[in-house]
Design a protein. Structure first.
Length: 279
């Protein structure tokens, strides 16, 4: 910009100050206007690109990862609390006191912060969308994101959208917590029945055993096997699912730590139990 202005000054000095100066200042104004328009177009393009990526990210249903996360985090806290109370009973010569009101009160005290963590860190689905937005921006162009989002609005795309949630999000995550993270979800653990019901509803609404004849079409095959469609599926299966699992695991650890922190005050409950049962 400085060089342009200096050149114009030189021209202006060497010529008359009449029409030449007017043309010179007109050139300056046009040049500055073009710079402003270029910046405006760039900002607009960036906003459109971000909108396309966010649109795709928010098409994914967070119901399955949220419900599964609530089970994992809540069970981690419950199992830790019950282990503490079992050890406390043994240390005080009590083999079994889990059916007592004192145990129930002690467990509620231990889980007070953990339940809050479930509500704040898992039940609010914003963490799912944060991960999705990050990975879409990292792995896809705006054009690719727009193509995938538009495909999911077609009849074929709606079927593949359902399969995505069944085969990739649900089955990969459940497999992870059933095998590679063995024992992290257990239907026999009381206290998470409502969370399992939520997970079941989130899964079955996609009709996992539905006969999807539309999947033999050319559009379905193209989306599943090449280009942006294949890229999106790989992104969901690896970095997105890994991001979901990492967030859930981090909150599980925080929940267990919160139970440990509250353990210092539970001696009074076993004392109350002993006082009541010894009289």
């Amino acid at each position: 910009m400085y060089a342009v202005i200096e050149s114009i000054k030189i021209i202006a000095v060497g010529r008359s100050r009449g029409g030449v100066l007017i043309r010179v200042f007109t050139c300056i104004w046009i040049f500055i206007s073009l710079l402003g328009a270029s910046a405006s177009f760039a900002d607009e393009e960036e906003a459109l690109n971000k909108a396309a990526m966010n649109r795709l990210a928010h098409m994914v249903d967070p119901g399955i990862p949220v419900a599964l996360g609530k089970i994992v985090v809540r069970q981690a806290a419950i199992q830790r609390a019950r282990a503490i109370l079992t050890d406390l009973g043994r240390a005080n010569g009590v083999a079994q006191w889990s059916d007592s009101p004192e145990w129930k009160a002690a467990e509620e005290q231990l889980l007070l912060d953990a339940n809050r963590l479930v509500d704040e860190g898992i039940n609010d689905p914003s963490w799912c969308f944060d991960i999705l937005e990050r990975e879409v921006a990292s792995h896809m162009t705006a054009e690719e994101a727009d193509y995938v989002a538009n495909h999911f609005m077609t009849e074929t795309g709606k079927e593949q959208w359902s399969i995505l949630h069944i085969r990739i999000i649900s089955e990969v995550m459940v497999f992870s917590y059933t095998f590679t993270r063995s024992g992290r979800i257990d239907p026999s653990v009381t206290g998470t029945e409502a969370d399992f019901d939520e997970l079941s509803k989130a899964y079955w609404k996609y009709e996992p055993f539905k006969n999807r004849k539309i999947l033999g079409t050319r559009d379905a095959i193209k989306f599943a096997g090449e280009g942006a469609g294949l890229k999106f599926q790989k992104m969901m299966a690896i970095p997105v699912v890994q991001g979901f699992l990492k967030h859930i695991d981090q909150n599980s650890k925080r929940a267990e730590e919160s139970v440990n922190k509250n353990a210092s005050g539970v001696q009074r409950y076993i004392d109350a139990y002993l006082a009541r049962t010894s009289s």
